[in-house]
Design a protein around this ligand. Structure first.
Ligand code: NAI
Ligand code: MG
Length: 358
């Protein structure tokens, strides 16, 4: 199969982890007889430097005309308080909006050999395998009005938590579809005991569930979910939730695996290509030193193979390669223990290529 991939390296270690990932993807293409064509475009600080715009229109157009988008990371001290007033993060929010990416997927996979990097007990986190599906374009972050006003003669601030039924429906359906591909359990997280928007959310899940008779559904209040994700994360398969709850829960869940350098993510929409990026940022403290852990970006590319290209076998092979290098004890600096030798970005990439097979 031939696929066109827009590559947005961005800033800092974004460039390094993206380079590692296209190298690995080339190997996937070779093994399975595919052709991946890369189109490079600018975003973030690099785009501010070159085009005085964190998201040039050309970048948006390139993304829209491709089958999938890989993004490294954006930002760095160089562009903080930039004289232009432009910020690299505007590129990130802008591209999510331009591609109408309403669903953010964050898998949390606890590799057995990495449990010592987590602050939780080994038996709680080893082999944990859950997916948080967060609604990304609605809810309290976007609801209007959002303003300051005088209330009872004093300053007050107001945010609006609003969800349209259609917005709930599309993310919940996505949750069911995802659960179908996994262990067939969906946990819908809300605050239906207090919030009207959550009561509509819950009703909508109840209506949709008859379309997915093979998926087991449960509802959980968000405060309980926050506790359960730390207490017994293995009870979860797919968790689907609104924008703000998902923001908080996914950061909490990210700590189950211990290192930022290990976490992939995907943002998908209805039509436009999905955007695949590591959860970590541009890591200015290690940029340009060949130290970055490329595994989060590589795992993000595996998600692209699976969700955008429907190349399930290829995605599984890539995930397995990541898991195998970890089991073999290979570590970059961020996950190495005292006294262990840390591999460079290039060496880690090489290890992945060595174990990757059909
Ligand atoms: P960060 O994720 O860049 O770094 C936090 C710490 O984790 C640093 O010590 C870094 O060296 C380490 N780290 C991160 N990724 C790593 C990897 N792959 N391998 C090894 N170590 C890794 O977060 P920070 O320092 O808060 O932000 C730095 C810049 O990145 C800021 O400008 C921020 O706005 C931006 N940022 C961008 C994101 C994105 O593009 N999605 C997300 C988060 C931050
Ligand atoms: Mg967050």
């Amino acid at each position: 199969m031939k696929k066109t991939i827009t590559v947005l390296p961005g800033d800092g270690i974004g460039l390094e982890v993206v380079k590692a990932t296209t190298t690995v993807l080339d190997k996937v293409a070779e093994l399975y007889g595919h052709e991946f064509e890369y189109k490079y475009a600018d975003i973030g600080g690099t785009a501010i430097d070159k085009h005085e715009d964190p998201l040039p229109q050309e970048t948006v157009d390139t993304c829209k005309s491709s089958d999938g988008v890989l993004l490294g990371a954006v930002g760095g001290p160089k562009w903080e308080n930039h004289p232009s007033g432009l910020r690299p993060e505007q590129g990130l929010l802008g591209i999510r909006k331009a591609l109408q990416l309403f669903a953010n997927l964050r898998p949390v996979t606890g590799h057995e050999s990495l449990t010592d990097a987590s602050s939780l007990k080994k038996e709680v986190v080893d082999n944990v395998d859950l997916m948080i599906l967060r609604e990304l374009t609605g809810g309290i972050y976007f609801g209007r009005p959002q303003e300051r006003r005088q209330v009872d003669g004093e300053e007050a601030a107001l945010d609006t938590m609003i969800y349209k039924k259609s917005e709930i429906e599309r993310i919940v359906r996505q949750g069911f579809e995802m659960a179908k591909l996994r262990r067939k359990k969906l946990t819908s997280v809300d605050k239906a005991n207090v919030l009207e928007s959550s009561r509509l959310w819950r009703e909508t899940v109840e209506e949709i569930k008859s379309d997915y008779p093979d998926v087991k559904v449960e509802h959980m209040l968000v405060d309980n979910a926050a506790m359960q994700i730390i207490r017994e994360p293995k009870q979860f398969d797919v968790m689907v939730t609104g924008n703000m709850f998902g923001d908080i829960l996914s950061d909490a869940a990210s700590m189950l695996t211990g290192s930022l350098g290990m976490l992939p993510s995907a943002s998908i929409g209805e039509q436009a290509p999905g955007l695949y990026e590591p959860v970590h940022g541009s890591a200015p403290d290690i940029e340009g030193q060949n130290k970055a852990n490329p595994l989060a970006m590589i795992a993000s590319a595996a998600m692209m193979l699976k969700y955008s290209f429907k190349m399930t076998e290829e995605a599984d092979a890539l995930d397995k390669a990541v898991s195998d290098v970890l089991s073999a004890g290979h570590r970059t600096g961020d996950i190495a223990k005292e006294g262990e030798t840390a591999l460079s970005t290039d060496e880690m990439t090489e290890k992945v290529m060595e174990v990757l097979k059909k």
